[in-house]
Design a protein around this ligand. Structure first.
Ligand SMILES: Nc1ncnc2c1ncn2[C@@H]1O[C@H](COP(=O)(O)OP(=O)(O)OP(=O)(O)O)[C@@H](O)[C@H]1O
Ligand SMILES: [Mg+2]
Length: 244
């Protein structure tokens, strides 16, 4: 069990399909390589794919946990967690999306608070929707990473989000530009000028994970595999900066 409270890192975006889940899985490999006990919480409640991507044959998920919590109180949290390896655990998204509406943010917050005493790092994958669940997740995060592409709609939504953070006097977020899957190639100066703020990290074409479908078929994490040195450099830098 971790002595200190876990660092909570949330990966989110302002548009779907920007590479959040792939990025989350790349980060968890780096954390495991550093022997940090980490749980991935799949808060993409309607369509989370962390468990199937890692080939986990789990039986319990966030919904079964919240449902039992509502009826009997929060007892054996460990029973709802699925192990990937010695350092990586997963709390999977609900298998049945129809159950998502029954999950209230009140329970999510209490579960996160309890997990903080069990891990070194809580890594949360989300969807891009601003709803109660994501807002409570952000409130309980030390670090929020926005994965964006150079798509103009993506940049526009990010600009709005930057204004909201400024308005709330919050700056516990960083922006990651996923150039590896961006269709438009705007130069960085144009992007930074448009946002009125600098991009913090760029996933360049060097971070394009080759044979990604093969990794997914086999439940493998690129940053735990041999042959992905180049791709892992930036992920390591990001984790080092966050944990500093
Ligand atoms: N660094 C990368 N290298 C190779 N392929 C990538 C990379 N990042 C993302 N992809 C591919 O881009 C697609 C979208 O990625 P991903 O599912 O991670 O995005 P997402 O933001 O989690 O999507 P959603 O909003 O639906 O949850 C996937 O097909 C994924 O394999
Ligand atoms: Mg995703």
């Amino acid at each position: 069990m971790a002595l200190k409270q876990a660092k909570v890192i949330t990966v989110t975006s302002v548009k779907g399909g920007t590479g959040k889940t792939t990025f989350t899985l790349s980060l968890v490999g780096i954390l495991a390589n550093k022997n940090l006990k980490t749980i991935i919480v799949d808060m993409d409640l309607h369509s989370g794919v962390i468990a199937p991507t890692l080939n986990l044959k789990e039986t319990k998920d966030i919904y079964t946990l919240v449902n039992d919590y509502m009826n009997h109180g929060l007892k054996e949290l460990e029973e709802y967690i699925t192990k990937y390896n010695n350092y990586i655990d997963v709390l999977p998204a609900p298998k049945d999306p129809r159950s998502v509406g029954k999950i209230s943010s009140y329970y999510i917050e209490n579960i996160l608070k309890k997990l903080k005493y069990m891990y070194d790092v809580i890594l949360i994958d989300t969807n891009h929707i601003i709803d109660d669940i994501n807002l409570i997740t952000f409130d309980n995060s030390d670090e929020i990473l926005y994965v964006i592409t150079s798509d103009l709609m993506d940049l526009r939504n990010m600009k709005t989000m930057i204004a909201i953070y400024n308005d709330m006097n919050l700056d516990n977020y960083h922006i990651v530009l996923n150039e590896a899957i961006s269709k438009q190639s705007l130069d960085l100066y144009t992007i930074n000028s448009f946002l009125g703020r600098n991009i913090d990290y760029i996933l360049s074409n060097n971070s394009y994970i080759k044979n990604i479908n093969k990794l997914i078929m086999n439940g493998k994490i690129a940053t735990l595999e041999k042959g992905y040195q180049k791709e892992t450099e930036l992920f390591t830098k990001i984790i080092d900066n966050i944990l500093k």
